[in-house]
Design a protein around this ligand. Structure first.
Ligand code: UDP
Length: 453
């Protein structure tokens, strides 16, 4: 009533071109653009524009999040996993020039919000006098580890599990706020000299950004976020969970041609294990077979996301589950029939499970996944880590998988009830953080004020 409209605030967002990173950025933009006067232009490659099916806008992102494209100056999304280093090299060196040409056409934004792993944005912002906000779609814990990597003894970077060859060796002895994370959790990414170089190069730029936004939230990672706030020379905002809960609340969903929602409707409450092991990397063929056999042995009902049609037909049949190529994941996790999530521990998936209050069975592969898995199994205690159960060849056997599924899903065990109780508490915390007046709500307000100044 009579209050002045806030000044318009236009954000140019630059996600790193990978599914998890793009999703996190879109979800953040949706949350920002929910505020009066805020709009966002998301810059992706032409290929990504096609993948998103977004010539200009997407209904689930609301009318104030728009898209612009730069030419396909980086290797295609299809097959990029084959040469991770070459892909990173291209992202780091080829995108800046077409991005600047695009900026020349747009009205000057109040800020550039860029993924940590598109580090050239910091120099572009500095040249143009536009503040750059480094957006971190990893956990705050992983951000702290990578930001402070130089504090770890050189043995880690050289590829040793720990300085004296023993494990567990805790990162927290060197980097505050990283409770429970082991040196070995940083492998394989951080022991690959080429990849590590690229990661550290990105954080060198982060040090020159005007602020940092995390997709996590205060109550979830208070130790790591607290440590970052003490250490970083710039403001650190925790805006999470940056997941598509607004679309869910508004009842906007992707069409379900496979009928999995109807199938879920027909299952008993809390009885279904949702299985999704990542959009980018995948488990070995041997591990896949053990998972399929373990699930069949456990007799658990499951809904399994598998891109490959042949794999889908192999896991169903006699088993008590269905397999589909893709789901509306948050909607699935929030369905009352879902009682557990078998996940590769990608950060988006982890945040979605937290928001849904669903306990997890974790099988991390690489990058930040082992760290997320540690948080789930040892800090939040909302799930079981499978990696520790691996045999000598690194594969987790079917018996171990079947036993873990039963431990997670049993309606009558004290252990499972405890995990469910903790998951329910985090679910409440996630929702409270995002609500008006909550910690993430306030941080988003502070961020908008900071860049609108
Ligand atoms: N996802 C989805 N449907 C699926 C599988 C995955 O919508 O069937 C989404 C999921 O909700 C998440 C993203 O894909 O937003 C995966 O990101 P995450 O960080 O979990 O893992 P990544 O695939 O990047 O390793």
């Amino acid at each position: 009533m009579g209050s002045m409209a806030p000044p318009p605030c236009h954000i140019v967002a630059v996600p790193y071109p990978g599914r998890g990173h793009v999703n996190a950025m879109l979800n953040l933009c949706r949350l920002l653009a929910a505020r009066d006067g805020v709009s966002a232009t998301v810059v992706v490659t032409e290929e990504w524009l096609g993948l998103l099916g977004a010539p200009a806008a997407l209904p689930e992102l609301g009318p104030r999040v728009r898209f612009e494209a730069i030419p396909n100056v980086i290797p295609s999304e299809h097959g990029r996993a084959n040469d991770m280093l070459g892909f990173l090299e291209a992202v780091y060196t080829k995108m800046a020039a077409p991005f600047e040409r695009l900026l020349d056409r747009l009205a000057a934004p109040q800020a550039i919000v860029a993924d940590v792993f598109v580090p050239w944005t910091v120099a572009v912002g500095a040249r143009r006098g536009v503040p750059v906000c480094a957006m971190c779609p990893l956990s705050a814990t992983m951000f702290a580890v990578q930001y402070n990597f130089h504090r770890l003894p050189p043995a880690v970077a050289a590829g040793y599990a720990s300085p004296d060859g023993t494990d567990p060796c805790l990162i927290e002895d060197y980097i505050p706020g990283t409770k429970s994370i082991r040196f070995t959790d940083l492998a394989p990414t951080h022991t690959n000299a080429g990849l590590l170089d690229k990661v550290l190069e990105a954080y060198f730029s982060v040090k020159k950004a005007q602020c940092v936004i995390l997709t996590s939230f205060q109550e979830l990672e208070s130790d790591a976020i607290g440590a970052l706030r003490r250490e970083l020379p710039c403001p650190v905002y925790a805006a999470g969970p940056c997941i598509p809960f607004m679309a869910l609340q508004e009842g906007i969903s992707n069409p379900d041609g496979d009928g999995y929602m109807a199938w879920l409707d027909a299952q008993p409450a809390g009885s279904v294990l949702y299985v999704s092991l990542g959009s980018f990397l995948s488990v070995s063929a041997a591990q896949f077979d053990e998972i399929a056999a373990g699930l069949a042995e456990s007799k658990a009902r499951f809904l399994w996301v598998l891109r490959d049609a042949d794999a889908r037909s192999r896991v169903t049949g006699a088993a008590a589950g269905i397999a589909v190529p893709w789901t509306d994941q948050l909607r699935v996790l929030c369905h009352p029939s879902v009682g557990g999530f078998f996940t590769h521990s990608g950060m988006n998936s982890t945040l979605e499970a937290v928001y849904a209050g669903v306990p997890m069975l974790t099988l991390p592969i690489a990058f930040d996944q082992p760290t997320n898995s540690r948080l789930v199994a040892e800090v939040w205690k909302t799930g079981l880590g499978l990696k520790e159960m691996a045999r000598g060849d690194g594969v987790i056997g079917r018996e171990e998988i079947a036993a873990a599924v039963e431990r997670l899903m049993r309606p009558d065990s004290a252990e499972a009830a405890d995990m469910r109780m903790r998951a329910a508490l985090l679910k409440d915390a996630a929702r409270a953080a995002a609500e008006e007046g909550g910690s993430s709500w306030k941080d988003i307000t502070s961020f908008i004020n900071f860049v609108s100044r």
